[in-house]
Design a protein around this ligand. Structure first.
Ligand SMILES: [Zn+2]
Length: 279
């Protein structure tokens, strides 16, 4: 026989052995699993308990935002970004918190009922004849019970991630922060604390302004310059110190949208300050 044929035979034999071992392990495990699922009294008991408890589904509210300008990325914290989002839609987060608190109290009842319903080992099964390997049986039972245990969200949090990229979208850096329910509640209270359009808390207002200002990405900046023909929209000069100006300033509720942005030279921008109309 040539060496090639010998190697082939060895490989085929190895495959055959591996396949037959895995098949028999599978059959063996399935036998125990089926026995537990069909005859275990604890499983039946736990199924009844499980059917009684319905936990709230709490949606994931994690946030990610991308910046292509290093200064803006450095200026805005994860909390600033969260405050901005809460200012526009805190109700959704509030309902997540309510759902979580409801889960918490229900979950402690659920766990208590689980503990109380533990069945003495001698009465574990509804048949007298058990499979041979008792250790294996107990292990499978434990595993199945663990799988049945519901695992609702009882601790809500929001992870905010900010990413810095190059203008073409290539990744450069990222940072993140996690906010738990106590902090979220505190922020929501402060965001709600408004008089008319104005936020009573200075730090809330500052955060919102930073994030709004940060919405002028490099990409948008060049789009506005291009649209305005690289000319100051007040004096009409083409200079190399062009800047982006918010027509209605952010401090007066202006947004970072193209219709509220214009190209100004440094001098005109300085003279305009935070006035809306330049004379
Ligand atoms: Zn000008």
């Amino acid at each position: 026989m040539s060496l090639g044929i010998i190697i082939l035979v060895v490989i085929l034999a190895t495959i055959a052995v591996v396949v037959s071992i895995s098949v028999s392990v599978f059959v063996y495990n399935k036998k125990y699993r089926d026995f537990v699922l069909n005859h275990c009294e604890s499983i039946k008991q736990f199924q009844l308990i499980n059917a009684k408890y319905n936990f709230n589904v709490v949606p994931n509210m994690d946030m990610t935002n991308t910046y292509d300008n290093e200064n803006i990325y450095g200026d805005i914290s994860c909390m600033d970004y969260l405050i901005y989002q809460l200012a526009y839609n805190y109700r959704k987060v509030e309902s997540c918190l309510d759902a979580t608190y409801a889960n918490q109290s229900l979950y402690s009842e659920y766990k208590k009922e689980f503990k109380e319903s533990v069945i003495p080992l001698t009465k574990h099964y509804d048949v007298n004849e058990l499979p041979r390997n008792i250790n294996k049986l107990e292990k499978v039972e434990k595993n199945e019970l663990k799988k049945m245990l519901k695992n609702p969200i009882t601790d809500f949090s929001i992870t905010v991630k900010l990413v810095l990229t190059q203008i073409n979208g290539v990744y450069r850096h990222s940072k993140y922060d996690v906010f738990y329910s106590d902090k979220l509640e505190e922020l929501i209270e402060d965001v709600k604390d408004k008089r008319g359009k104005y936020y009573e808390r200075q730090y809330i207002w500052d955060a919102i302004c930073r994030v709004e200002r940060g919405k002028v990405t490099n990409r948008m900046r060049f789009f506005i310059y291009e649209r305005d023909g690289y000319r100051c929209q007040i004096c009409g000069r083409r200079t190399d110190d062009l800047e982006i100006d918010h027509i209605i300033p952010i401090s007066r509720g202006g947004k970072s949208t193209p219709d509220n942005l214009q190209t100004l030279c440094h001098r005109c921008n300085y003279r305009k300050g935070s006035n809306i109309i330049y004379r």
